[in-house]
Ligand binder design. Structure first.
Ligand SMILES: NC(=O)c1ccc[n+]([C@@H]2O[C@H](COP(=O)([O-])OP(=O)(O)OC[C@H]3O[C@@H](n4cnc5c(N)ncnc54)[C@H](OP(=O)(O)O)[C@@H]3O)[C@@H](O)[C@H]2O)c1
Length: 172
């Protein structure tokens, strides 16, 4: 067992929506701050479409790992892998080299689904809205996890909706 925790980090609406037309379906500055702070210095694994949606490539200060079934896919500034187990193995090695206890899976839909069976911890931002989307967070067995932390953020001029940031840890 590696001591590096595999963590998923996601913001999802009440109906499970996480994205629309290749982008996030909301403006939540404080959740972006939470994402940046939580993942700082840690390797991040993402799907090719999420990579292409980034305003700045790669996500700075983190080893970026991109999943594509096209082994020739060019993602300058990132490492490309064609399978989730290979991406996780590479990410764990990079986390150990960086002295970090966590490795993050940062979306989107297919990537979360492929990583969920291996996840030790979920950072879920539950956004207080039902919203039109074309990418969704997968259903998962919530009984396999326990909530270890939760923090509420109210809507304001920086956050279009109120939301709750939760940490769920897999039960032993
Ligand atoms: N709310 C959030 O927290 C959050 C987080 C991240 C993303 N998003 C949103 O989610 C949307 C993008 O998500 P998406 O689900 O459409 O795309 P995605 O998961 O980012 O990327 C999908 C691509 O990843 C590759 N892929 C998928 N499964 C794979 C596997 N098992 N092995 C190897 N490669 C694999 C394929 O690339 P190829 O086609 O190149 O083979 C596939 O087309 C955007 O709207 C984005 O803004 C939201």
């Amino acid at each position: 067992m590696s001591s590096v925790k595999l963590c998923l980090i996601v913001a999802r609406a009440e109906n499970g929506a996480i994205g629309k037309d290749g982008n996030l379906p909301w403006r939540l500055s404080d959740d972006l701050v939470h994402f940046k702070t939580t993942t700082r210095g840690c390797p991040v694994i993402m799907g090719r479409k999420t990579w292409e949606s980034l305003p700045v490539q790669p996500l700075p200060g983190r080893d970026n790992i991109v999943l594509s079934r096209d082994g020739q896919y060019a993602a300058p500034g990132a490492r490309v892998y064609t399978s989730m187990p290979a991406a996780i193995a590479a990410g764990r090695a990079l986390a150990i080299a960086a002295g970090k206890p966590e490795l993050f899976v940062v979306g989107g839909e297919a990537i979360y689904a492929a990583a969920l069976p291996f996840a030790d911890r979920l950072y879920i931002t539950d956004v207080d809205t039902k919203i039109d989307g074309d990418a969704f967070f997968p259903e998962f067995d919530a009984a396999a996890f326990t909530e270890t932390e939760s923090r509420r953020v109210e809507a304001n001029e920086k956050n279009e909706f109120s939301f709750t940031i939760r940490i769920l840890d897999r039960l032993a």
